[in-house]
Design a protein around this ligand. Structure first.
Ligand code: ATP
Ligand code: TZP
Ligand code: MG
Ligand code: MG
Length: 274
């Protein structure tokens, strides 16, 4: 069995040392939490939406994160301008298809982005990812429905092949695949489902790792593992409290991450080649 700890730990150090600029076009619910989470990790967040500037900002960023959580047509148009600029400048583009499947507009917008921009990595819950490849799974607004706890490796592989991207499906366990290699990442805590933006921040954290590592399967694996470890540590420290204390402590734990943080709190398992 491969020991991922050393490989992914080096990427955390790279993020902390180079503080990559992550251009987020995200939703109005999670903007502040996302910026603080990226700062805590050691990255540099910027939010920029104006059609007049998004191409310039994406061009100088280490990664561009597109999140359709509170979308409208003008925003999706701007995301496409930003995404195409990122593509032209070799900047990785990540997509969080928040609520895809809940409404037709969300599904169609995510698919439009995927068809007009070369997206490198998609991260969502199982229902969102399923809807991107025409499979129907229960979704409740922006939250995964009852299929949340089941094994998502096969779905992730199908989606990665069909969409031509790395796909990460998160939930109780996370899975990431390029359509061939599959990795399962354990860690995290159910309290993350009680903090709005826990998924959105995660996609932006994956953006920070993608900015420092061209192998996005490896970058994504590292991001998922360290995020899960920080959450598990925060849950341990706030066990008798609640989601408010957990949220703040989670930011603290993101800031306290070090190369040895995975030990006892998160693990990367190879699920074999698909
Ligand atoms: P949803 O809205 O369906 O919750 P999301 O976009 O918020 O989706 P999640 O799937 O909740 O994203 O993933 C965000 C983080 O929460 C990931 O690190 C994931 O591992 C973690 N997570 C989610 N559910 C659990 C759980 N039951 N136990 C442990 N960790 C979890
Ligand atoms: N409504 C629109 S976007 C959003 C809500 C509640 C935030 C979703 O965040 P996450 O990370 O998917 O839980
Ligand atoms: Mg959530
Ligand atoms: Mg989400």
């Amino acid at each position: 069995m491969h020991s991922w700890e050393k490989e992914v730990s080096a990427l955390l150090t790279k993020v902390q040392q180079s503080s990559p600029l992550v251009h987020n076009m995200t939703n109005v619910v999670v903007t502040n939490f996302t910026a603080n989470g990226l700062y805590a990790l050691g990255a540099s967040p910027v939010m920029a939406y104006a059609p007049e500037e998004v191409a310039d900002m994406a061009a100088i960023a280490g990664a561009l994160v597109l999140n359709i959580g509170t979308l409208n047509r003008e925003l999706v148009d701007a995301m496409i301008v930003a995404g195409q600029s990122a593509n032209a400048h070799g900047v990785p583009v990540l997509l969080d298809p928040v609520g895809a499947g809940a409404t037709r507009f969300r599904t169609e917008s995510a698919l439009r982005i995927l068809s007009e921009v070369k997206v490198s990595l998609v991260r969502g819950n199982a229902a969102e990812v399923a809807h991107l490849i025409g499979e129907v799974r229960e979704i409740k607004g922006v939250d995964a429905g009852n299929s949340a706890g089941s094994n998502h490796a096969e779905l992730a592989v199908r989606a990665a092949r069909e969409l031509g991207t790395i796909v990460a499906i998160t939930g109780e366990e996370d899975v990431i695949t390029d359509g061939t290699e599959v990795r399962i990442i354990t860690g995290g805590d159910a309290l993350l489902t009680k903090v709005t933006g826990a998924g959105c921040l995660l996609t932006s954290v994956l953006g920070a790792f993608a900015a420092v590592e061209a192998n996005l399967l490896l970058a994504g694996t590292a991001g998922l593992a360290f995020y899960g470890a920080a959450a598990a540590k925060a849950a341990e420290r706030t066990a008798d409290l609640g989601p408010g204390s957990f949220q703040i402590t989670f930011l603290d734990e993101l800031a306290r991450l070090h190369p040895g943080s995975l030990e006892g709190y998160a693990a990367v398992l190879e699920a074999g080649a698909a």
